[in-house]
Design a protein around this ligand. Structure first.
Ligand SMILES: [Zn+2]
Ligand SMILES: [Zn+2]
Length: 726
């Protein structure tokens, strides 16, 4: 048999799969569908990270298994290509961001193809393509129409040296990420999206989806729903009242002061010795201004119960305020008596504008007569114009503000003078609906046809990073619900199932980073040991949901395992199937539970067992290849065809097992020849007597004694013994 030449084999099958369109999803609505999704990458200049490969391989394995189970599988890919690193690179080099993006996506595409992922490349999308962002802008206009997109004066992070507005993520220890200058707050009008209008449903509907529990908890904490009471406190000598929100109306008898946020409308009065009346005790209590009450949560006022709240107790001790021990009352009764039932959320509306170039232009104009006027839908996409300078202007406006030819326009309404909005959308916009575009990526009349949406959505299984739980994952659920309310998508949730992976760290456990120089380049690994070895390594390196450090020796190990599978081909002969029921069961279940590392372990055990026998049945070898193919697609496809199969292994049927043949306990059976123990083997205690005889006679240690001799008698005892007399 020829030696295992990974480069030749991998290129050969990648070409074959592409030309035969093996992994294209068909829009045939009669077939049962499976939509598997990974977070589409941001095509950075650094190329593909080994961390991308972990998530991609996991969903690739699941997609392959589903294909072999008879599903019509959609496993798409695209580029989330608007964003800061590309823009910063353009500022530095003067190269058009579109040109940089093209170069980076070309690199990513080549790298992903070299890893043999079964993406349907015919559906590739790019958020910076005007044909794509036409629909991002269109969805924004629907938000505007429904009053869910609005402008509000907000304080933003501002670097006085770079003259640039910074996102919160770009502020490091209070300084500008790029130059370290302390960031100041600057008031600016911002576009907002009213995600808070959906807070209740974003929380409640988590009950109906199959997300990892830790993902649900993170989202729920972020949304921060709390039910409580709003209670009014009258003031002494003032007709006004202070409204407080509390989740503990049962402690009202213990309220000894009122705490206000520094910007509460009564704060200045409070510093002069304002008194409120506790409605339960009728006692006069002081009103204090504190720094622990925030103005944007609740009402900016809190009823303080030092006996039942640590923060209140600390403040009370410091300011010599009374601490009153009380008997807790009934919550419901107290709410009815003193307050009204109120639900509050921590979630805030989403700041939806950036003073940046490389983003979707917000499609509105400002007219002197009509105010804010949307760009007519027929005029979309509103294309991002080319500029020479990508640096934001002195005033903090986006560089678009300097292109007067673009900015000065006519009002679509009154035809009078108007200025275009120069803010762009944040980098979370394009990813808020991209999974919908995949189902119909070339549609010119709608973001996707209803027929295709009905067929493919919701996404059946979505894997992605935990760091996106409270941003992308929440934002896209919000957009989806909005589209659902407009009757444009068939379900109220976009993703039926959401799982997450751990990060891949550098050797030693540090974060991989270009500046430290500990980044692993997948290209060199693919060249040296092959894509299959890299894929198997990333699935074998540790539990999928945990962070794990890179280890080169591990790849050597998986490469060796692939070589073993390759060599096992030489042992394939006509013969009886031992049937690896247990392995089929284990690998099938482990894939469903994302326990890829233990799935590979059980394949290793099976290969070791098969190696020990003199020959391997064709059926068993075929099964082994089918189970291993999702992990190592190229080598398994090659070996599969070597067996004489005419069709791709991925068009074969996923192996099934007979559960009655599986038992976890094993017994040791002794083999005697003429009364002397010559060998032993382990089997299930259920193995029948005829099978025991067969196994014993096939063993090399036994054959040594029986070869060329006449067998006079053979008896076997289930679960114990085979005795051969020659
Ligand atoms: Zn700066
Ligand atoms: Zn007008």
């Amino acid at each position: 048999m020829t030696p295992y030449d990974h480069s030749k084999i991998e290129k050969k099958w990648q070409k074959y799969w592409e030309s035969k369109k093996i992994f294209r999803a068909s829009d045939d609505i009669k077939k049962k569908k499976f939509y598997s999704l990974i977070e589409f990458p941001y095509p950075s200049g650094d190329g593909l990270h080994v961390g991308h490969i972990r998530s991609n391989t996991a969903m690739d394995i699941i997609s392959h298994k589903r294909r072999m189970e008879g599903y019509n599988v959609l496993y798409p890919i695209g580029w989330d290509a608007f964003g800061l690193p590309t823009e910063n690179y353009a500022i530095k080099t003067g190269i058009q961001p579109a040109v940089v993006t093209k170069k980076n996506t070309d690199t990513f595409r080549r790298q992903l193809k070299a890893l043999g992922f079964s993406f349907d490349w015919s559906r590739e999308i790019n958020t910076t393509d005007p044909k794509y962002y036409k629909w991002t802008q269109w969805i924004f206009l629907q938000f505007l129409k429904k009053g869910l997109a609005y402008k509000k004066k907000m304080a933003i992070n501002w670097c006085p040296k770079c003259l640039i507005g910074l996102a919160n993520e770009e502020v490091v220890d209070g300084g500008c990420e790029r130059c370290g200058t302390p960031v100041v707050q600057k008031e600016k009008e911002q576009w907002m999206l009213a995600i808070t209008k959906y807070a209740d449903r974003l929380d409640k509907d988590l009950d109906d989806v199959d997300f990892l529990e830790k993902i649900k908890i993170q989202q729920r904490n972020w949304i921060g729903k709390s039910e409580g009471a709003e209670i009014e406190f009258s003031l002494k000598g003032d007709s006004r009242k202070i409204k407080v929100f509390t989740t503990r109306p049962d402690t009202i008898f213990g309220v000894t002061y009122i705490a206000l946020s520094a910007d509460h409308e009564l704060a200045s009065l409070a510093t002069k010795g304002l008194k409120a009346i506790n409605p339960a005790t009728k006692e006069e209590i002081p009103v204090m201004v504190t720094d622990y009450v925030l103005s944007d949560y609740g009402t900016g006022a809190v009823m303080a119960v030092p006996a039942h709240d640590e923060r209140d107790a600390d403040f009370a001790k410091k300011h010599n305020l009374p601490i009153k021990e009380i008997v807790l009352q009934d919550k419901k009764e107290m709410t009815e008596k003193f307050g009204k039932v109120v639900t509050k959320y921590k979630l805030r509306d989403w700041i939806f504008s950036r003073q940046r170039y490389w983003g979707e232009p917000i499609p509105v104009v400002h007219c002197e007569n009509c105010g804010i006027v949307p760009v007519p839908e027929k005029d979309l996409p509103l294309k991002l114009p080319k500029v020479k300078n990508y640096k934001p202007t002195e005033t903090g406006e986006s560089p678009l503000a300097e292109i007067s030819k673009w900015v000065n326009t006519k009002c679509p309404n009154c035809k009078g003078k108007a200025r275009r909005e120069t803010d762009t959308m944040p980098n979370w916009a394009g990813s808020s609906w991209y999974y919908l575009r995949y189902v119909d990526p070339k549609n010119k009349k709608a973001f996707a046809s209803r027929v295709n949406l009905d067929h493919w959505t919701p996404v059946d299984w979505y894997n992605g990073g935990m760091e996106h739980t409270t941003l992308h994952l929440l934002y896209s659920r919000f957009w989806h619900k909005f589209l659902f309310d407009l009757g444009l998508v068939p379900t109220s949730e976009p993703y039926q199932k959401r799982t997450s992976h751990g990060l891949i760290l550098a050797k030693g456990g540090a974060k991989m980073s270009k500046s430290v120089g500990n980044v692993v380049n997948p290209d060199s690994i693919v060249k040296a040991v092959g894509a299959d070895a890299l894929r198997v390594y990333e699935m074998f390196m540790g539990p999928f949901d945990q962070h794990i450090a890179w280890d080169e020796n591990g790849i050597v190990g998986t490469r060796r395992f692939i070589e073993k599978v390759w060599k096992l081909r030489e042992k394939v002969a006509a013969g009886d199937k031992v049937t690896i029921h247990k392995t089929i069961k284990k690998v099938s279940e482990d894939i469903e539970n994302m326990k890829f590392n233990t799935a590979i372990s059980s394949l290793m055990i099976a290969v070791n067992d098969l190696e020990k026998s003199t020959s391997v049945s064709r059926a068993d070898y075929s099964t082994l290849l089918q189970l291993f193919a999702p992990f190592a697609p190229h080598v398994c496809e090659e070996l599969w065809v070597n067996l004489g199969n005419k069709k791709s292994i991925f068009l074969s049927t996923w192996p099934s097992y007979d559960s009655s043949k599986i038992t976890d306990s094993v017994v040791k059976v002794m083999v005697q020849v003429n009364g002397k123990v010559r060998a032993s083997f382990e089997v299930s205690p259920e193995t029948d007597e005829e099978s025991l005889k067969k196994i014993a006679l096939d063993m090399p240690e036994v054959k040594k004694w029986t070869e060329g001799k006449e067998i006079k008698k053979i008896i076997s005892v289930k679960g114990r013994l085979v005795s051969i007399v020659i």
